[in-house]
Ligand binder design. Sequence first.
Ligand SMILES: CC(C)(COP(=O)(O)OP(=O)(O)OC[C@H]1O[C@@H](n2cnc3c(N)ncnc32)[C@H](O)[C@@H]1OP(=O)(O)O)[C@@H](O)C(=O)NCCC(=O)NCCS
Length: 311
Amino acid sequence: MTDQVMTDSDRREVRRVTEADYDDVMSIRSSVYDGYDYLPFQFKSLINHPDNEGYATILNGQFVAFCIISKVDGGETMVTRAGRVNKQFEGHGIFKALTSFIKQRQCNGTVCYHAFIADDTNQVILDAISRGELAVLMRKNTDFYKIEHNLRALTEKMDTPKYSRIMCPADMENVFQSNEACVHLFPETRIMCNLIPYRLKKSNIPLMFSDLTLIVGTNDSGWQLITCGTYYKCEKGHVYDLYVYGNSCFMSEHLIIHLKNILKYCHNRLEFLLHCNENQAQEFGTEMKKCQSIKVHGPWKSDYLVENKLK
Ligand SMILES: CC(C)(COP(=O)(O)OP(=O)(O)OC[C@H]1O[C@@H](n2cnc3c(N)ncnc32)[C@H](O)[C@@H]1OP(=O)(O)O)[C@@H](O)C(=O)NCCC(=O)NCCS
């Protein structure tokens, strides 16, 4: 291949990444996702997980691209995430070659689907969606909320939850077994936890309950609201990614449980990234404001979950 940044004599290889490659992976690109990059904080945990594999493209000894895959749905789906290409090499097909390599390798095994998330600033993906080349399984609004207050003082002022609690894997099994609950909570037949889409399968439950994510549920004559929260520290500061499924009326109970969880990591100045269906953004926003958070302008407004059949 010959172009401005690469020549035929370049040595290019793709290889598995380990925990020891942290610095090289982070050197690929800064300010990924406009400063909301979870990879530095989660790298060790993600790369060492038995169902994940990280791959990098190395050009003349320099790491130029990276991507991690999580295998879910009993190994049927590979989810690519945290992808990045060195800015100098962007737009030259390096990322495409890396993901093609991974897909080919995974297709020899159990993997049949490739899923990923793209936000509404990703024009390449938006164009592919509008041409009908990619199928959108789920679209979530992403709203950004800031809390400037002392979190402990805030949790002390809030009422103790009555109907909501931290869920355990058996609770999620109970949800997945109930057709009524699944239709109500997950009409797209997926649940997202820590940026991974899961089919509503029992085999995914141990993956969803990781050390990175707290899942809260309300069961009041049936499952009413489930929220999945993941903390990370990034260039922007302390961030909590929160996916919400169900009725907003129990949201304040969920927020107090999540805020108590966040106290393990930080005590003030937190940003929530709230992912919900577009038609519920206003009602969830009202609940967010009740706990003294302020809606702020974020770099993107929605996330698309896209899936392709590989074989
Ligand atoms: C997104 C990014 C990796 C693309 O790099 P690039 O050099 O333009 O990519 P290439 O030219 O090799 O190939 C583009 C391919 O990547 C795919 N792609 C773009 N965004 C993607 C995403 N979020 N997930 C998976 N694939 C994606 C495109 O579909 C395209 O494939 P196609 O030609 O089959 O449609 C790069 O712009 C980047 O590092 N951005 C900052 C980080 C980021 O936003 N990452 C999102 C990926 S998780």
